[in-house]
Every structure is written in structure tokens, then in C-alpha cells.
Unconditional design. Structure first.
Length: 417
């Protein structure tokens, strides 16, 4: 049996009557798409806290809704690589944005139903986010030379941090005045007004070549195996801080507005981290940038957060962990392109992102389970520590795997990798 599996034959897609947009427009449009398709998911912690207060469900169950949203990005990565190749970047992005909007508008009518939220936010919005993500993660690379891709990806993926900050702050204000239902409506209409024009701008750099969607031979390469494992483990802690910061703030006596502001700050720091670590990619090398980000994230969750129960130190944690969180998303596409080349980036990236499914789905719920097991939010900040140590330990394990990959590629520590 051939080791390379192709689900179907994919026809090249071109738009001969329209030339590709300039790289500047590609960055701008992709950043707007990232703002909504990824950034909005970071505001789930604010919405989740309001739904818990309203008695819709407990933190563990509601975190599964947010987890289902982000896990769709991973689960549908390989199928959506096919969709992007078959439809072209523009049509795929338009479809993704449309589903994102439909899911949020339908969620406004299902805001009291856990099953309804799973279908609308978890699946419909989740699939739309996944489709947009694969456009963002694979198409812009063709517009930039390797020495500029780190910064380009950093700017593009900073949109998710800015989107998370904006939607977290906005969601808290709308919830306080009008409730969660209107929050979903306003987010959906805002996405429609801004992301749809951005999706129209995005196009492929040229003809999309016919290629396999899954290359099983990549798993024979120890470099891919290490990177795949690091990504699979490293996604478990990513959504723990933004999902649980609002509840944590309430447990230490801070207001809901303060919790939303800290989530917004987390996302602003994440945006800054994506741009900053994008520059680090180009200067020190993408693997070094990813390794530094994972270590910062692990140390912040193992040392800073467990000892933090006042606002000042919590702000420090939010900035450090937010920047480290951003580093993961900004550097991973550049790492994949650097290690496996631009010709295989779509296949390799699709497979790597699929490996994130477990962490996306179970990362935050495991933290929620640990929180409930050790007393729940009403027991104060001490009950959060097992979840913090779990998240920090997973981040450190991912960092060790990336260190193994770095040494596998080059033993000399001063060499740019």
C-alpha cells in the first residue's frame, strides 16, 4: 500500500483573471480573519463565567463547549486542507466566515441550552474557525521569503490576541447590560461586517498544486514525530488561563470586570508575544523561539500563578503567560515551514494541527475537573493550584520535546535553528 494517502484527487485552482494581492494586503486581511476566527474563542472564559452565574451549567461542562470550539480547528485541519485546495483560499475563507457568523447568531437563541451551545458554538462556529485557520496558516507563507515568514506570521497571528482582548472586554460590557444572548448577536454581526470583506481579499499566490493530504512517511522522520508530540502536549495548557481567569478573580475577591480586563490583558500580551516571537524566529531561529515561549509558559504556571492571589502579581502572570501563549501559535507555522519546506507546509501543518485535538478538547476540562475535585471556586485560590501545576507540567513536557528536536537538528547551541 502506498505510504502516501490522498483522500481524493484535488484539482488545481487558479484565478487567471485576478492577480494575487500584494503581501501587505495579505497580512492585513489574514490578521482580520485571525482576529475573529481565533480571537473570539479566547473570550469564552468571560461568557462561561456569566453562564455559570446564570445557572446554565458548571465550569467543567461549559469549558467543554469552549473546548469543542477550538478542537474543531484541529479535528478538521486535514479535511479543510482539502477544502482550501479545492475551493481556493478566497472561497474557503468566505465559507468559514459565514459559518462563524451563523453559529454565533444561532447561539443567541440557544443560550440557555448546553446541547444548543455545543451545536452552535462548539460545532458550527468551530468548523468555520477551522476553515479560516487553515487558510491563514498555509496561504500567506507563499507570499514571503523564509527570512521574513516569522515576522509575517507573528503579525498575522497577533490578530487573535487583539481579537481576544477586544471580544473579552466587549463581551463583559454587553453581558452586564444585555446578557449573553445579545453578546452572541453583536459578535456575530461584527464578524459579518469586518471579516467577510477580509475573506474577499485573501487569494492564493498562484495555482494550487495537486498534492496528498496525509503523508504517513513523515512519522518515520524523528523530527516530525518530536514536533507532532510537542504540539499535541503543548496545547493542553494553552486555554487554561484565559478560560479560568474570570472565575479565579472571583475566588480571590476581584470583580467580574477585573476578570474580563485581565483576560483582555492576557490577549493583548498574546498579540505582543506573537509579533515579538515572530521577530525572534527571524533572528534566533523558529525552534529557539518556540522553545523559549514554552519554557516561559511553563515557568509562569508553575511558579507565578500558584503564588498569586492579589491583583499586582496576577497582572505580571497575565503578561508573561499571555506572551508565551502567543509564541506557540506564531512560531509553529514558521517551525513547520523551516523544518519541512514550503512545498510540504500544508500537508505537515495539517497533520500537526490535527494532533492538537486532544489538548484543545480536554485541556481546559481537565483543569475544570481538578478545580471541582479540590473544592471548586468557592474554596478560594488554593483549589486552583492542582490545575495550575497540571498546565505548567504539560507545557514543560512540550518544551523538553522541542529541546530534543533542536538537538536532533543541530548539536551546536549557538547555531540558528
Amino acid at each position: 500500500m502506498d505510504s502516501v494517502t490522498s483522500v481524493t484527487s484535488v484539482t488545481s485552482v487558479t484565478s487567471p483573471s485576478r492577480s494575487p494581492p500584494s503581501p501587505v494586503w495579505v497580512i492585513a486581511a489574514a490578521t482580520v480573519l485571525t482576529f475573529w476566527c481565533v480571537g473570539t474563542s479566547y473570550s469564552w472564559g468571560v461568557i462561561q463565567a456569566a453562564l455559570v452565574t446564570d445557572g446554565v451549567g458548571d465550569p467543567t461542562l461549559l469549558s467543554f463547549v469552549g473546548g469543542c470550539w477550538v478542537v474543531c480547528i484541529a479535528v478538521f485541519a486535514i479535511p479543510n486542507a482539502r477544502v482550501v485546495h479545492a475551493l481556493g483560499a478566497q472561497r474557503a475563507a468566505l465559507l468559514g466566515v459565514s459559518l462563524l457568523v451563523v453559529g454565533e447568531l444561532l447561539a443567541s437563541a440557544a443560550v440557555r441550552s448546553i446541547s444548543g451551545l455545543f451545536i452552535t458554538i462548539g460545532l458550527i462556529t468551530g468548523y468555520g474557525s477551522s476553515l479560516c485557520f487553515m487558510v491563514i496558516a498555509t496561504v500567506p507563507a507563499a507570499f514571503f521569503p523564509p527570512e521574513r515568514r516569522g515576522l509575517a506570521n507573528g503579525i498575522i497571528f497577533s490578530g487573535s490576541g487583539l481579537g481576544g482582548a477586544f471580544t473579552s472586554f466587549t463581551a463583559e460590557k454587553i453581558i452586564a447590560r444585555s446578557g449573553p444572548a445579545w453578546t452572541f448577536r453583536i459578535l456575530g454581526l461584527s464578524t459579518l461586517a469586518t471579516a467577510l470583506p477580509a475573506a474577499w481579499i485573501v487569494r492564493d499566490a498562484g495555482a494550487v498544486p495537486r498534492r496528498a493530504l496525509i503523508d504517513w512517511t513523515l512519522f518515520r522522520d524523528p523530527r516530525f514525530a518530536l514536533l507532532f508530540a510537542a504540539g499535541a502536549i503543548g496545547t493542553f495548557p494553552l486555554f487554561v488561563p484565559p478560560f479560568f481567569l474570570p472565575l479565579y478573580c472571583e475566588s480571590i475577591g476581584l470583580s467580574a470586570a477585573t476578570g474580563a480586563a485581565l483576560v483582555a490583558g492576557f490577549n493583548i500580551a498574546s498579540a505582543g508575544g506573537r509579533v515579538g516571537f515572530g521577530v525572534v524566529c527571524d533572528v534566533l531561529g523558529p525552534l529557539h523561539a518556540l522553545l523559549i515561549g514554552l519554557v516561559f509558559g511553563a515557568v509562569s504556571m508553575l511558579t507565578l500563578w500558584p503564588l498569586t492571589h492579589t491583583l499586582g502579581p496576577l497582572v505580571v502572570f497575565v503578561v508573561v503567560n499571555g506572551a508565551a501563549n502567543g509564541a506557540f501559535f506564531a512560531t509553529m507555522p514558521t517551525v513547520v515551514g523551516s523544518v519541512f519546506g514550503s512545498a510540504r507546509v500544508a500537508v505537515a501543518m495539517g497533520m500537526v494541527v490535527t494532533g492538537w485535538a486532544g489538548g484543545y478538547l480536554m485541556g481546559a476540562p481537565i483543569a475544570g475537573y481538578l478545580l471541582d475535585t479540590f473544592g471548586g471556586p468557592e474554596k478560594g485560590f488554593v483549589s486552583y493550584r492542582p490545575a495550575m501545576f497540571y498546565a505548567g507540567g504539560m507545557a514543560m513536557a512540550a518544551a523538553l520535546l522541542i529541546m530534543g528536536l533542536r538537538l536532533k537538528m543541530e548539536r551546536k547551541l549557538r547555531t540558528r535553528v
